[in-house]
Design a protein around this ligand. Structure first.
Ligand SMILES: Cc1cc2nc3c(=O)[nH]c(=O)nc-3n(C[C@H](O)[C@H](O)[C@H](O)COP(=O)(O)OP(=O)(O)OC[C@H]3O[C@@H](n4cnc5c(N)ncnc54)[C@H](O)[C@@H]3O)c2cc1C
Length: 387
């Protein structure tokens, strides 16, 4: 205990010295976040310094082993670090699918060589990754995917198409599900490949949304040659890697339910609730559910770090967190009345209120829809019979 308190004091002092004041506030949207990569875009010197300081200590991934670029902290130390970061309102120094998705899968399924090659780069934010799972005819039914990789002796030859690949046009590398055995049952002939998006034969086409943004792409593979040693886990057993990674993706997305650290929606909406007792009651109910979710989330993270979480628990957390976040934004919109719907006005923060509300709808689709999470909960946690 005394050791942990010493660690807390040292961490607090280090953060006070190394976290620039501009980084002690939430990011103002995905475009304000730091994503790293081969050609990183820093929106300020403070953003660069904050990433360098945290990566230098291995604290972008505090609980990964030091040998792979992590901080080597115990679960208890990691929790203290997170608490101290939250106490000063510091933002995440690096947004990365490498950290939240691929890294954990490599730690479990990667060869020693793959861990040494990829994990330190992920920890330092030097490579930006994208996720090549969904295809035009394989979303919820992901195991129906058709992108194939043929064994050509000294390399894999990849052909096919992915869709909804978030930031594929900005990513350096992709972690990709491919069919390596077309005659095996659909879950059993899939493998997990890593490759460079700059490889000849890879192309992306951004999908333009009605909002004017293009957060994801169609991604095409046309005779892409992938070195043999970039297959993770066993040949034809990529489904195990894919599912494990999805658990981590769902854990990350469930964080939406924490509402970016805002303690009470009632307090945030304040005066706007004064005249409406029904809305006030709904917001109070939301605040209670939000406190319960926060407690559940802390317990879940503790269980996960102790290796005691049920493998389907991330589905429960994702379902609860994303549905809660949708409720939060419905209430914010309701409190703002018709002003919230305006795209340009000051009352709608230049359309931000409505855009954020619309974005929450996608949270219960990405990483597997709410319906799919409910199916998993019914089958694997409640042990209910299948339909
Ligand atoms: C913002 C965003 C980012 C994304 N980023 C990525 C990415 O980077 N990489 C990637 O690979 N994919 C990505 N996706 C794709 C995402 O994983 C899929 O959209 C998701 O898995 C659902 O698949 P689908 O869109 O094909 O819908 P479908 O599978 O066609 O589902 C349509 C509807 O049917 C319901 N449904 C389907 N099957 C069942 C069932 N068995 N029981 C009950 N209901 C069912 C679904 O819940 C849904 O409401 C992203 C999606 C979004 C919205």
């Amino acid at each position: 205990m005394a050791e942990l308190e010493t660690f807390r004091a040292e961490t607090r002092a280090w953060l006070a010295e190394n976290c620039p004041p501009e980084m002690r506030q939430p990011v103002r949207g995905e475009e304000d976040a730091c994503w790293g990569g081969r050609n990183p875009v820093f929106h300020s010197d403070a953003q660069r310094l904050w990433l360098e300081a945290m990566a230098g200590r291995g604290w972008t991934v505090p609980d990964w082993p030091k040998a792979y670029g992590g901080g080597g902290l115990s679960p208890a130390e990691t929790k203290v670090l997170r608490q101290e970061i939250a106490a000063i309102g510091a933002r995440n120094p690096l947004y990365s699918f490498g950290i939240s998705m691929l890294g954990p899968a490599l730690l479990k399924y990667g060869s020693e060589e793959q861990k040494k090659r990829f994990l330190p780069e992920i920890a330092r934010g030097e490579i930006r990754w994208c996720q090549g799972y969904s295809e035009p005819n394989a979303g919820s039914d992901l195991a129906s995917l058709q992108t194939r990789a043929e064994d050509r002796g000294d390399h894999w030859l990849v052909n096919g198409q992915k869709v909804w690949t978030s930031y594929a046009d900005k990513a350096d590398w992709i972690f990709c599900l491919v069919r390596t055995n077309p005659s095996a049952p659909k879950h059993k002939g899939i493998s997990f490949l890593l490759f460079d998006m700059a490889s000849p034969g890879v192309s992306t086409r951004p999908i333009l949304l009605i909002s004017g943004n293009s957060p994801f792409c169609e991604t095409f593979f046309d005779d892409v040659e992938v070195p043999k040693d970039q297959l993770v886990g066993e040949l034809d057993k990529g489904w195990d890697v894919a599912k494990y990674l999805l658990g981590h993706e769902r854990e990350m997305i469930s964080g939406m339910g924490l509402g970016g650290g805002a303690d009470s929606l009632g307090a945030a909406l304040g005066k706007r609730l004064a005249d409406d007792p029904v809305l006030r009651a709904e917001v109070a109910r939301f605040d209670v559910d939000s406190i319960a979710f926060r407690a559940m989330s802390e317990r879940f993270i503790d269980e996960l770090k102790a290796g005691q979480a049920h493998p389907a628990q991330p589905s429960m957390m994702k379902y609860a967190g994303t549905e809660l976040n949708k409720r939060r934004h419905e209430l914010v919109m309701a409190a703002g009345g018709s002003d919230s719907l305006e795209w340009e006005s000051e009352a709608s923060r230049g359309g931000k209120t409505a855009r954020e509300w619309l974005r929450t709808k996608a949270n219960s689709i990405e990483g597997g829809t709410s319906e799919v999470q409910l199916n998993i909960i019914a089958k694997r946690i409640l042990d209910l019979p299948g339909a």
